[in-house]
Design a protein around this ligand. Structure first.
Ligand code: MRU
Length: 363
């Protein structure tokens, strides 16, 4: 059986991935240190996986979903009993812990649910605990592989929207590091680039974690794709001067009506794009659409520590004791979104109808 890294090399022309699965150990590149240092952390328990997600060792909606799936597999592998019911209970507890690590991206709870369903079906089919462990390991690898394949598909669909010679503005990092590999928004960029289009990316630096200047710029330069970084507050300047042809961003959760939660600042970029008549595209696997969430108002928005804003590498930026607010996602209303690029094709407004049509086709 092929592994995701060889599929990435063969079909994507880029083998960057934030994770490896080696001999029952989950290896994660510490994204807090990229690009200054390449440090791989070895994780052997679901608790270590939960902490890595919470502490931003791994980030990006699809990547935290895949990581959580391996967390569930590690929980099963570490289980020392021999009762199927007992294993299911332990897995449910791990699932709750993993889900709580970061609340906004639906990919996390989606992957945990899929692992729990796999365990339940295997138990109901009469498999032994030993067999369930093996099946869960396979299911996590499948989730990773499917993500890579869906990114390649999405890249192919999305690249049709990118004209030769375009400058594409992106926000945060929706690239290989945020997924199993290749990326969602940056998958579209990669596909356009590798199919011969001349393109340039303007990457918002993305305060406070700097995913744009650290991760997006690093990935694109690694793959020989032209990129320039801009301050978050410079997007309007470049749009008004006619230097942006389209915006492509990722998503952490898409509501049934097409409202999109993504990195804080995405909403402002979408308003600016609308004001300047620039197409605004969202790229995400179909599994990022949460049909149980009717609109963006129902999406839980994570708020992280004030310290992430008031300090950089331990240096305090403002007056001692100043407090900052740090919501890390915002919601872009569907009316600002020109199209949603998915692995099942390009969705156009009205999104609720488009999503329902897609669901009917696959049932
Ligand atoms: O806080 P992060 O770095 O996990 O936020 C990541 C984003 O907002 C990405 O744009 C989103 O997850 C899409 S990733 C393909």
């Amino acid at each position: 059986m092929k592994d995701p890294i060889s599929v990435l090399k063969e079909k994507g022309g880029s083998s960057i991935s934030p994770l490896r699965w080696e001999g029952g150990v989950l290896r994660l590149i510490d994204q807090r240190l990229v690009p200054y240092e390449t440090k791989w952390l070895d994780l052997k328990s679901w608790e270590e996986v939960r902490d890595a997600i919470r502490d931003m060792v791994v980030r990006g909606a699809p990547a935290i979903g895949i990581t959580a799936a391996f967390g569930m597999a590690l929980c099963a592998i570490g289980f020392e009993g021999d009762g199927g019911d007992e294993l299911l209970e332990v897995l449910e507890e791990a699932g709750r812990g993993l889900n709580d690590a970061r609340p906004t991206a639906v990919n996390l709870s989606w992957a945990v649910k899929r692992m729990l369903n796999a365990a339940q079906s295997a138990k109901d089919a009469g498999h032994s605990v030993m067999e369930i462990k093996g099946l869960l390991e396979k299911e996590a690898i499948n989730i990773w592989m499917e993500d890579v394949i869906s990114n390649l598909e999405m890249g192919k669909f999305g690249a049709q929207l990118i004209k030769d010679g375009s400058t594409i503005l992106t926000h945060c990092n929706a690239g290989a590091l945020a997924t199993g590999g290749y990326g969602t928004a940056l998958g579209v960029v990669r596909y356009a680039h590798f199919s011969g289009k001349r393109i340039k990316v303007l990457a918002d630096e993305t305060r406070p974690w700097l995913q744009g200047i650290r991760l997006t710029a690093w990935e694109l330069l690694e793959d020989g794709i032209e990129v320039e970084v801009i301050c978050d507050n410079a997007a309007g300047f470049f749009m008004k001067r006619g230097e942006v042809d389209c915006v492509v961003v990722g998503a952490d959760r898409i509501a049934l009506n097409g409202d999109v939660a993504n990195k804080i600042g995405t909403y402002s970029v979408a308003e600016l794009a609308k004001a300047n008549s620039i197409p605004f595209y969202v790229a995400a696997p179909f599994s990022t659409i949460d049909i149980s969430t009717r609109s963006g108002e129902d999406i839980p928005i994570e708020e992280r520590s004030s310290i992430e804003v008031t300090t950089i590498k331990g240096i305090t930026l403002g007056p001692e004791n100043v407090i900052a607010r740090n919501p890390v996602f915002d919601v872009t209303p569907n009316e600002l979104i020109t199209a949603i690029i998915t692995d099942r094709g390009i969705l156009s407004p009205p999104y609720e109808d488009a999503i329902e049509r897609c669901l009917r086709k696959s049932s």
